[in-house]
Design a protein around this ligand. Structure first.
Ligand code: MN
Ligand code: MN
Length: 310
């Protein structure tokens, strides 16, 4: 028996997501994974620029078969690790342009895209690329925060707290099919939530989700989105910081890891054309547990894509 007859061990080899090949050749590619190591738009502690590497590292433990959904995404889809978008740490507009360029390349080629953040500002250029191909999107936005502020820093229009207001203003999101799930925590006043509702969001607070249960929440999401092209944006701070401490703006009292996994699985059947996992910040994640969860949530997203492409 030679060494090549043994399965690759999780700690061997060059790091890519799930051990998938690193290439920018999109021919025949069903899903491209794109890292976006940018944290210049955060309002509190930084560190999400290290997120893509940490998630890739912990993804080496994904053995491949999803027992909950009975799907093997790496077998049923041709998944590649596209590498990282170029970022300009001191210039959010330049960074948005490079994210838009890379994501548009992938999306317009017909491949599906899963992005690893980065802070939540990276979602705006990603939504632009998807809406350009698919039209206004159904969006499931998991987060502790609505991210619908008009401005966080003076009159600056772009930060990780303004993403979804800008996306709604730009017509990237179908207001009838936009859900925020997991919203909680103190705000400066009642206006923050009122603003989100006024923009058309269906806000399912953490409290509502716990009272109703995960299955009922997912049922509503599937009903509202229907057959529309669907984008999932998952801010890891939707999860309780006891389970996911590695994030920049933690809010206590969130979902457990298991609830978060079940919430993503419960979207099975939707036509998931794109997804991102953002706000995972390794410097605040001493045991790597947040990165482990993030890698597994990305695996669930890939599983949904395997199921929605038949
Ligand atoms: Mn958040
Ligand atoms: Mn967010």
């Amino acid at each position: 028996m030679t060494a090549s007859q043994f399965a690759r061990q999780p700690y061997e080899g060059i790091l890519t997501f799930g051990g998938q090949p690193h290439t920018r050749d999109l021919n025949g590619v069903d899903v491209a994974i794109l890292g976006i190591p940018y944290d210049g738009a955060t309002s509190n502690r930084t560190g999400t620029r290290f997120g893509p590497r940490a998630i890739r590292e912990q993804s080496s433990l994904l053995w491949g078969y999803n027992n909950a959904l009975q799907v093997a995404p790496f077998e049923q889809l041709r998944v590649v690790d596209y590498g990282d978008a170029e970022v300009v740490p001191v210039d959010i507009l330049a960074t948005q342009r490079t994210i838009e360029r890379d994501s548009r390349m992938i999306v317009e080629h017909g491949s599906r895209l899963v992005s690893l953040g980065g802070d939540h500002s990276v979602t705006l250029p990603l939504l632009r690329s998807h809406a350009r191909r698919y039209g206004p999107l159904g969006v499931v936005h998991f987060d502790a925060h609505p991210d619908t502020w008009d401005a966080e820093f003076g009159d600056c229009k772009y930060s990780h707290g303004t993403t979804f207001r800008r996306a709604l203003e730009e017509g990237l999101v179908d207001r009838a099919a936009y859900l925020q799930i997991g919203i909680r925590g103190p705000t400066a006043g009642p206006q923050d939530y009122a603003d989100a509702l006024g923009l058309g969001a269906r806000m399912i607070t953490l409290d509502e989700a716990i009272v109703r249960g995960v299955a009922d929440v997912c049922f509503e999401a599937r009903e509202r989105i229907g057959s529309r092209p669907c984008y999932i944006s998952l801010d890891i701070d939707a999860v309780d910081p006891a389970f996911a401490p590695g994030t920049g703006t933690p809010e206590v009292g969130g979902f457990t890891s298991h609830q978060m996994l079940q919430l993503v699985r419960g979207l099975a059947g939707l036509n998931v054309v794109g997804a991102d996992l953002v706000e995972m910040s390794p410097p605040w994640d001493p045991s790597q547990i947040t990165a482990v969860l993030a890698a597994n949530l990305v695996f669930e997203m890939l599983s949904l894509m395997a199921m929605s492409t038949g």
